[in-house]
Ligand binder design. Sequence first.
Ligand code: GCO
Ligand code: MG
Length: 405
Amino acid sequence: MKIERIKVLVSRPGRNFVTVKIETDEGIYGVGDATLNGREMAVAAYLEEHVAPCLIGKDPRNIEDIWQYLYRGAYWRKGPVTMTAIGAIDMALWDILGKHAGLPVWQLLGGKSRHGVTVYVHANGESIGEVLDNAAGFIDQGYKAIRLQCAIPSTKGTYGTLEGKKNYYELQGNRPLPPEQMWSTRKYMNFIPELFKAARERFGYDIDLLHDVHSRLTPIEAARLGKLLEPYDLLFLEDTVIAENSAGYEQIRQHTTTPLAVGETFNTIWDAKELIEKQSIDYIRTAVSHGGGITPMRKLSDFSALYHVRMAPHGAPDLSPISTMAHLHINSWAPNFGIQEFVGFGTPELNSIFKYELPLKDGMLLVSDKPGLGIDIDETAMGNYPYVRSYLPVSRLEDGTLWNW
Ligand code: GCO
Ligand code: MG
């Protein structure tokens, strides 16, 4: 079997997605997600100009060799653009191998370790009451784990909330320049424990609660927040401090028993190595797309299992349904799976392009039994939604200092 053609498809069904389609001389094809939020065209160009030409004529079943070829062979290793491109190719190759073998990817990985993939959903809102009402709606639908994000009073634009708009907070793919949001650590620290106190009072302790700090704190502030939240027993507190300085997490660890998660911006196992080996975190959040594909995710899972770290892949709306499906296969296999972030079943625009089934039962997603990843794309429908440049927001302190968004 030979790779005959690689298509790089960019479309914007509500937000921008980059999709790779690898076609073979046997008529089998595979798909992969190459979306890097706010930097989509850099990955598309990398794939078209620097990756696709090298792969034509290669046997797509040599997944490991192709991965090494693109990673080691490039000399310039790591980085989000490179690794997202490799990730999409790798996903598409596993998809092809599964279709060729007539087996779902979870079977190729070594079979299922569980019958369902527990997910956490996002309850957002402009007030504590609104967040909790949204969370109650999810509990009624059978979800067992919920991330709570609330607008911080008298702060303009808070990560993870609706910003007064009706649409889902990150689905608007129309930011021709980065919008600016405001951050105040003091206002945040005073408010967040109130949110979780109210949540436990209303829902009790049978439901898992989570929260994403989005890297806004210093280690000692994060340590304090972790302690303040201990009575409310979070499943994890995510991205308390920036991910690239692992010593920060070691410091937080010395002060609090609130479990910690990090890693959605990681591109390789090397980014996570120290955090994992030192057991400074509890959950690793690397995504299949930004982390270089299924091949390295399998290695990351085995490595982190040695150190009591569980897999909790990033699942925000800027990961396409192809990544969602790839995560379900990895999570169904990974012995050390923890939880999967899940943002829902997609808009009509999205579902006109990505064709897949996502059964949900008791707060768990069930993986497809179809050969490969179990997802197809409609290229014609993609043509209805052309790319429009769109950025993530940036964040500033009240005095104007640029901060982590
Ligand atoms: C999450 C993430 C996202 C990111 C987004 C950036 O935990 O879901 O933090 O909300 O902000 O994926 O592109
Ligand atoms: Mg996050």
